[in-house]
Design a protein around this ligand. Structure first.
Ligand SMILES: Cc1cc2nc3c(=O)[nH]c(=O)nc-3n(C[C@H](O)[C@H](O)[C@H](O)COP(=O)(O)OP(=O)(O)OC[C@H]3O[C@@H](n4cnc5c(N)ncnc54)[C@H](O)[C@@H]3O)c2cc1C
Length: 385
């Protein structure tokens, strides 16, 4: 049977735009289908900034993927001329035995990554905005920094189109199915067939990948922008790192330098904590006074001048698996023709360009050299009775 496309990519957010880029560059006929417009703010890849780092406390297994992602982010900038990344340095702070500090250190040592351990006094000296308690320390990584998610998606879409991908926006897939030895995807505009389907649905995974056998909880998360007391001067990326701060109650606060001009403030948020379960249809996009007060109080403990004046807030969705590791694999029930990438659990953006590379490998060759066994959906399968 002749098919119009070699590969259909369903969802053109962070992961899907990357998959479309890598697939098109390998010379296959690619159709990308996206429910909203390019680089939109209804999913998980918006809000102006994302942290990137290599000393990864979530697991040393992620480090080889990060090293490759850094190379590909550089290529994205070079090939599009867009300003995607600012490596302003990053501080992972907390008590020495906190996961944030101890886990980052373990990854740094395992992979021999450049890093410094700073005690509280040294943190205060180097970064006067930061106020650690005397028993807190920080792992400082000069190559950590921030990524611009909307610009990243724009860059990947641009390279995908340049390499010949056909991208349809405002065209949601209504359903997909296996079709002989290939796949069929229906939208309101028509039915498309291809040999392979790559599904990158973000927060829409519970509906689009119901038969995957993975529990994914969609969580409402909030990003906050405050204008620091005394202005953004000390918060500019030339002198301010990104940071993740684990405090004694096991709450992580993370934030960014001021990248939005003199009146744009600096962004801060809770990592994972307080995420109310939701769906893309039911998420409450209103941010309430008590939430802003709680953020200001928590951030103010570590950065006393940050919560000067509240400027704005925005919501975003995490897609969290039970072990907070990703799902990247051939679909166990459609292993010949469907590849999936979902469940990025609030820490996927820094991997975006390498995930697309992996998805292209899986869709075209059924295998990849990248280490992805941690992301196998079958890890959640119930034990045989
Ligand atoms: C507040 C917040 C802060 C974060 N901070 C960080 C960070 O600092 N560092 C980090 O590494 N990661 C971070 N993350 C996580 C990271 O942003 C996500 O893991 C990543 O963006 C997920 O990309 P995705 O492609 O899976 O989802 P998305 O980018 O949302 O893409 C999914 C796409 O599928 C489309 N779609 C869905 N259904 C259909 C359909 N039926 N037909 C067609 N298209 C469809 C959607 O419209 C969407 O465009 C953060 C996330 C949030 C929300």
């Amino acid at each position: 049977m002749s098919r119009t496309y070699d590969v259909i990519v369903l969802g053109l957010g962070g992961m899907g735009s990357s998959a479309a880029w890598h697939l098109a560059e390998r010379g296959v006929r690619v159709l990308g289908l996206e429910k909203f417009g390019p680089a939109h703010n209804h999913g998980s890849s918006h809000g102006g900034s994302r942290i990137t780092r290599q000393s990864y406390f979530e697991g040393a297994e992620y480090v080889p993927l990060l090293l490759r992602a850094y190379e590909l982010y550089e290529r994205l900038e070079r090939d599009t001329g867009l300003d995607v990344a600012t490596l302003c340095g990053g501080l992972m702070a907390g008590r020495p035995d906190s996961r944030t500090v101890a886990g980052s250190l373990e990854s740094a040592r395992t992979w021999d990554l450049p890093h410094e351990l700073l005690d509280a006094r040294e943190i205060r000296r180097r970064f006067p905005t930061l106020n650690p308690a005397d028993d807190e320390i920080g792992l400082y990584e000069a190559r950590a920094g921030l990524l611009r998610p909307e610009t990243t998606v724009t860059a990947q879409l641009r390279l995908a189109e340049r390499a010949g991908a056909e991208l349809h926006f405002e065209e949601p897939a209504i359903r997909w199915a296996q079709d002989g030895d290939g796949v069929r995807v229906e939208t309101a505009q028509g039915t498309y067939t291809a040999g392979q389907l790559v599904i990158c649905p973000g927060a829409w995974a519970p509906r689009l990948l119901a038969d995957l056998g993975v529990q994914i909880t969609i969580e409402r998360q909030i990003m906050y922008w405050f204008q620091p007391t005394g202005g953004v001067g000390p918060y500019l990326p030339e002198r301010h790192p990104v940071y993740i701060w684990e405090d004694s109650a096991d709450i992580q606060v993370y934030g960014f330098p001021a990248i939005d001009g003199p009146d744009g403030g600096a962004k801060v948020a809770f990592f994972r904590k307080n995420g109310a379960p939701c769906t893309p249809e039911t998420i409450d996009r209103t941010v309430y006074e008590h939430e802003i007060d709680a953020m200001a109080a928590q951030a103010g403990r570590h950065l006393p001048t940050l919560p000067g004046k509240f400027l704005r807030a925005a919501t975003c969705m995490y897609s969290t698996t039970d072990d907070e590791h990703f799902v990247i694999a051939r679909h166990p029930s459609h292993a010949d023709s469907v590849t999936v990438a979902c469940g990025f659990s609030g820490h996927g953006f820094k991997f975006v360009p390498v995930v697309g590379e992996i998805l292209a490998d899986l869709a075209l060759r059924g295998a990849t050299e990248h280490p992805i066994s941690l992301f196998d959906p079958r890890r959640f399968a119930p034990p045989p009775v």
